[in-house]
Design a protein around this ligand. Structure first.
Ligand SMILES: Cc1ncc(COP(=O)(O)O)c(C=O)c1O
Length: 423
């Protein structure tokens, strides 16, 4: 690629990001047929309901004013009010979320981007608890120019328990210049594990952040995609529900450094709407700064649709049916994985399963070769290494199960075919 006619700044950022972007594209099946792609974290199970709701919303609520430039600096006032009600109903905040605590953004990715522009200086670093979504690196680098430091626990089991805290502390204290680390980023429920952090881990993490003046950014985009049945598994705990968060008292610097990111992309299955938000309850300057960074990124059409969906009398019922559909699909996939003798991490949230494709130890190139082989057989999955850059055990894949039953059957067929070719 010829980088001559772009800025040096963008050249550097592109060169850092391109290897990851290239790795996620460019596979084709041996017979040229379109493969089954279960590598994207999308929920197709809600599509019909969401389509009906959004079409009705346009008919009932779209007004001439929605064709003008949007009202309100942090987002449409009606949207912010409906988001506040939503968080108060579903995230159990320690202090009620007010519309003024919320900034609407164009999806959760844009929310993270805007947040980092407001909390970091050019070239700062943030600690990112792994494994995590591969999109963090590009979003963190492209505008804010922040370097993510990926931190992994000693095992996948420890990744949402105390083990991740020790790893975060070790990364902080082992850094050559900890003063350049400005935040800890967590994904709760975790992508790709589909598990929640133990509430005690979240509390300790907040204490750690407070001790070192770090921001705590909790990406909670999978909060309500719950199909938890095991009472021994960690329930979802929003950082908004931790004591002291949301306290806007003058002394509460801790609360001023706690931020939640959410969007309609995952829990409501409409990533194409590009509607997300930041909830930050005690830092008006940060909301203003993030607002500048994402100013006018939200389309009025998306605001109208999101407001109607969030205000819909049928929302709770929809979320309940979504949970049931997710549980059914999860069981369909994991029953099949068990029949094939493939190990997986039991999940409680999200729309994917992290499964061990290659038993025992293996290397990153071996994992990549196996994933490519699957693609040639007609199945595209997300390779595990994508979620743990430079670390963690190899041989895992993430499979999205929020798809129609026929696609799950196809996934299992290809996995069986792959296994028979390995023998
Ligand atoms: C943890 C996490 N955060 C953010 C996003 C992006 O969300 P959005 O589509 O709302 O930008 C994703 C998408 O996969 C994700 O997994």
């Amino acid at each position: 690629m010829d980088f001559t006619n772009i800025s040096e700044q963008m050249r550097g950022r592109l060169q850092a990001i391109l290897p990851a972007l290239r790795a996620s594209h460019g596979v084709s099946t041996a017979d040229g047929l379109p493969p089954v792609d279960v590598s994207i974290a999308e929920n197709e199970l809600l599509r019909t309901e969401m389509l009906d709701l959004t079409k009705a919303a346009i008919n009932a609520h779209l007004q001439p004013k929605d064709l003008a430039y949007p009202e309100g600096f942090g987002g449409d006032p009606e949207l912010l009010a409906s988001l506040a009600r939503f968080f108060n109903a579903h995230f159990q905040p320690a202090n009620p979320v007010e519309p003024g605590h919320i900034l609407a953004t164009s999806g959760a990715g844009n929310a993270l981007d805007a947040l980092l522009c407001a909390v970091c200086n050019d070239g700062d670093r943030v600690l990112v608890a792994g494994p995590c979504w591969e999109g963090f690196a590009p979003y963190f680098r492209i505008h804010a120019n922040v370097t993510p430091v990926f931190v992994t626990a000693p095992s996948l089991d420890a990744a949402t328990r105390a083990g991740i805290l020790d790893a975060l502390m070790a990364a902080y204290h082992g850094d050559e210049d900890p003063g350049r680390i400005k935040a800890v980023v967590l994904t709760n429920p975790n992508n790709p594990l589909g598990r929640c952090y133990d509430p005690e881990v979240l509390r300790e993490c907040l204490r750690f952040c407070n001790l070192h003046d770090l921001h705590l950014i909790s990406d909670e985009v999978y909060a309500l995609s719950s199909f938890r049945t095991d009472p021994n598994s960690a329930p979802f705990t929003s950082v908004l529900s931790l004591p002291d968060v949301g306290d806007s008292g003058a002394s509460s610097t801790q609360a001023s450094r706690v931020h939640v990111v959410w969007s309609l992309s995952k829990d409501l299955g409409c990533g194409g709407l590009r509607l997300g938000c930041i909830v930050s309850q005690a830092n008006a300057a940060l909301r203003l700064g993030s607002g500048l960074a994402s100013f006018w990124q939200v389309s009025s059409l998306a605001s109208v649709l999101a407001t109607a969906v969030l205000n819909s009398a049928g929302l709770d019922d929809l979320l309940q049916r979504n949970s049931e559909a997710l549980r059914e699909s999860y069981e369909r996939l994991t029953d099949g994985l068990t029949r094939l003798g493939l190990q997986y991490i039991p999940a409680t949230h999200g729309m994917f399963v992290f499964a061990k494709l290659i038993a025992g130890a293996c290397t990153a190139p071996e994992e990549a070769a196996a994933v490519e082989k699957l693609a040639r057989l007609g199945l595209i999955v997300a390779p595990g290494q994508r979620f743990s850059p430079g670390g963690a055990e190899c041989g895992w894949i993430r499979i999205t199960f929020a798809v129609v039953p026929e696609r799950i059957s196809r996934v299992l067929e290809v996995l069986a075919q792959f296994q028979s070719l390995q023998e």
